[in-house]
Design a protein around this ligand. Structure first.
Ligand code: SOE
Length: 400
């Protein structure tokens, strides 16, 4: 077997992860593969993972490939072999862990949404700004920016292929809450999740709309709904959808669905729908953008494809063209397979890891930044405020 020459191996970057549920597994996959797919200036080492249950966290470490397991995230943050802390916990602990990690001299990657409130996100950005002057970097994990077709869509928009933007239309539909007996997990409790479909799915589509358009939302008008108001309680020790039930039913304190319109800084109009109640829709993130000279369309369930229409072509032959985004010159594709050999959901986490490692090595600011995360948080807060006032148009303050 060919051995890598240790004298030329890139320096190690110790990664420590907090949390090991769905997102922890997805991020782990990214860290496991990234160094084998891309030539990196630093070598990510999966040093340690933290979770409260000693047995479960040890099992997660073994399953996902982490060298050590900790039962207290503070111990993980304090480890000398951890230079980057990756936060994959529920939103109610993002701010505390991120700020402690930044103050301890670590780089930070934090899952979306950045926080459960604007105040928390502002405190996180302040900590990130202070850490930046010491050379540490912070990034928020809006992984869909790293779908190659969407990264490529951003390039087309930035190159002016759509011309003056008129519409952004985006929906994110899932159906795992349709059953009224689905249990009252943390995602249905405001104190843990911050909000419901809005923060979970709406955060993704707000970030994508702003990223792809290259501009921020300046105001929104919204409706929120909680269709199932009570669900079976989990017992106190349990924290997942498959956990055993507790006694009776308890209140759902977040939204099941969010529908809102928005105005972008340029005057373009945006529409958004986020729901976990769309029977039959499993992970349907769909997007269309219309500009004066062209349009783009995308569907996450067919994520290797991007549809592009050049409106300047003669009407008789113009039409949406299906671009299969698997060519070596497409974003991220140089590391993967020959053209036509499709990528999937998990690759976005490998791409996210690559971009962060490269930013750390070169000392450049990674995106999406904590400022981008705060911007999204302000939109989410404006959506909630507007919905409380029965859709009154609510301005969004731009992050300086
Ligand atoms: C919600 O069901 C969820 O797991 C989101 O939290 C993730 O961000 C998304 O990638 C998949 O769906």
């Amino acid at each position: 077997m060919e051995q890598r020459d240790s004298r030329t191996a890139p320096p190690a970057l110790g990664v420590g992860m907090v949390g090991y549920a769905f997102m922890g597994a997805a991020h782990s996959q990214g860290w496991r593969t990234v160094g084998h797919v891309f030539d990196l200036p630093l070598r990510p080492v999966m040093a340690a993972i933290a979770g409260r249950d000693a047995h479960a966290v040890r099992a997660a470490a073994d399953k996902h490939g982490w060298a050590a397991a900790e039962t207290d995230w503070r111990a993980l943050v304090a480890r000398d072999d951890v230079q980057l802390v990756d936060i994959c916990t529920p939103g109610d602990s993002h701010a505390e862990i991120a700020i402690a990690a930044l103050e301890a001299g670590k780089h930070v990657l934090c899952e979306k949404p950045l926080a459960n409130s604007v105040a928390e996100a502002e405190a996180m950005l302040a900590a990130a700004d202070a850490a930046r002057s010491r050379g540490q970097l912070a990034m928020v994990g809006f992984n869909y920016r790293r779908v190659p077709a969407l990264t490529y869509a951003r390039r087309l928009v930035a190159d002016g292929r759509l011309g003056t933007l008129r519409h952004v239309r985006v929906s994110y539909l899932q159906d795992w809450l349709v059953d009224p007996d689905f249990p009252l997990t943390w995602r249905l409790q405001r104190e843990h999740a911050g909000s419901g479909a809005l923060g979970d799915l709406g955060a993704h589509i707000v970030d994508l709309a702003q990223y792809l358009a290259g501009e921020v939302l300046v105001g929104v008008s919204a409706q929120l709904e909680t269709f199932v108001k009570e669900r079976p309680r989990l017992d106190g020790a349990s924290f997942g959808p498959t956990a055993p039930g507790g006694t009776g039913r308890g209140p759902v304190t977040v939204d099941d669905a969010a529908v809102f319109t928005g105005r972008l800084a340029s005057g373009a109009l945006a529409t958004f729908e986020a729901t976990r109640m769309a029977s039959g829709r499993k992970n349907a993130l769909r997007l269309e953008m219309n500009g004066e000279s062209g349009s783009l369309a995308f569907d996450l369930e067919r994520l290797n494809e991007l549809y592009f229409l050049d409106h300047r072509e003669p009407a008789a032959t113009a039409g949406f063209r299906r671009i299969v985004v698997t060519e070596a010159e497409h974003p991220y594709l140089e590391g993967w397979w020959p053209p036509g050999h499709a990528l999937g959901y998990e690759h976005t986490f490998t791409h996210q890891a690559r971009d962060l490692v490269e930013a750390i090595a070169s000392g450049t600011d990674p995106v999406p930044s904590f400022a981008d995360g705060l911007q999204v948080q302000r939109v989410l807060a404006a959506v909630e405020e507007s919905a409380q006032k029965n859709s009154v148009y609510t301005p969004v303050q731009a992050v300086e």
